[in-house]
Design a binder for this molecule. Structure first.
Ligand SMILES: CC(=O)N[C@@H](CCC[C@H](N)C(=O)O)C(=O)O
Length: 373
């Protein structure tokens, strides 16, 4: 017999939706919350997100757990019997897990209240454009602001039962990167009368790859990835336009500024050498996920005393997370939850082990109860 939270994860898995369009997801979660005893619950919605307040027995603090809600534009290639029903979209970053764990935590505390209050936030648009910052500013959250926050992210590389975490930086600073190149289109047979943006864009991709290798201190990790490239209309037409889409990751704000400066310099060089126009849009930017050192060390010590989980002190990762914005305002931490699958995050074959859902619910509820007493 499946746990109700695994059952919910399977339902959520079938309806991945883009950021701020999580309409079916929101409704499914609201339906689930409506089935719970309501005496300790207050529920608010904000855009496609949900805020849930669970009143404690004798509260002096307010804890927070955050789950993100959106899916990714990936066509699923798993062999699961409950695949995505939304063509071209998939929960390939584990947000279906994060949400079902959130409902598990709410369910636990509505049935077995702790001393303190708890706010569980279902936050839209983590993959972009970013829901954390506007949710933090939302009127609906102001009188429910937690004193301490916790969140998790599934980790394909660790076995089920592993929790990986570290004090201080866990995830990188991020900036999206959108580059539009505008030249002059023309006939394939008359290249001298045109400015070919396919050549300009491919040269630019090559030059961007020199920034991390030549301009950033090798001991200060950084990444520039171009994940999408678009240009041209037909094989015998010289492309007037090209577009590059990517992301920048750094472990320091200073490196982010330096990289952005270098990208602008590369763009100016491309403009001069190809007689074209290059426009840069930095899209959405996320702050690093900075785990509060004292709370994280305390959590790690507490984990060492538990026999159903193995603690692993990990290194920083170049992934991004807008949960960093919560941690900038509210002390807390994020941790990795082992889900043991050979396929990484953002992979069309990602198939996390569902046994991790109960491990997470059990760990978070026990930790919050420990902190609340
Ligand atoms: C955990 C994870 O995979 N998060 C995403 C966050 C994306 C931020 C933004 N859209 C960007 O691409 O910069 C990630 O790609 O790390």
């Amino acid at each position: 017999m499946l746990s109700p939270f695994v059952e919910l994860r399977r339902q959520l898995h079938q309806i991945p939706e883009p950021g701020f369009q999580e309409f079916k997801t929101q409704q499914l979660l609201l339906d689930q919350l409506a089935k719970l005893p309501q005496d300790r619950l207050t529920i608010r919605t904000w855009r496609t997100g949900i805020l849930v307040y669970i009143k404690g027995l004798n509260p002096s603090k307010r804890f927070g757990y955050r789950a993100d809600m959106d899916g990714l534009p990936i066509t699923e290639e798993t062999t699961l019997p409950f695949p995505s029903q939304h063509p071209g979209y998939m929960h390939a970053c584990g947000h279906d897990f994060h949400m079902s764990i959130g409902i598990g935590v709410v369910t636990h505390f509505t049935e077995n209240p702790m001393q303190d209050d708890l706010v569980v936030l279902f936050q839209p648009a983590e993959e972009g454009p970013g829901g954390a910052l506007p949710m933090l500013a939302a009127e609906e959250l102001q009188d429910w602001m937690p004193d301490q926050m916790v969140a998790l992210h599934i980790a394909p590389e660790y076995p089920v039962g592993t929790i990986a975490v570290r004090p201080e930086i866990l995830f990188a600073n991020t900036s999206e990167l959108f580059i539009d190149l505008l030249g002059k289109g023309g006939h394939a047979a008359y290249p001298h009368q045109a400015n070919d943006m396919i050549i300009a864009a491919t040269q630019m991709v090559g030059q961007l790859q020199t920034i991390v290798s030549r301009n950033v201190n090798p001991l200060d990790s950084a990444v520039i990835t171009i994940g999408k490239m678009e240009a041209g209309t037909k094989q015998n037409i010289i492309a007037e336009k090209a577009r590059l889409e990517g992301t920048i990751r750094t472990l320091s704000a200073a490196s982010m500024n330096k990289i952005k400066g270098r990208i602008e310099a590369v763009a100016a060089g491309i403009e001069a050498s190809f007689e074209c126009q290059v426009t840069i849009d930095w899209g959405s930017n996320y702050r690093q996920v900075y785990n509060d050192p004292a709370l994280t060390v305390e959590f790690m010590d507490w984990l060492r005393g538990r026999d159903n989980v193995t603690l692993f002190e990990c290194t920083e990762a170049m992934t991004g997370e807008d949960f960093g914005y919560f941690l900038e305002k509210i002390p807390g931490f994020m941790f990795w939850l082992g889900v043991d699958t050979p396929h990484g995050l953002h992979n069309a074959k990602l198939d996390p082990d569902e046994r991790a859902i109960d491990v997470a619910i059990d760990t978070i509820t026990a930790y919050l109860r420990y902190k609340s007493n």
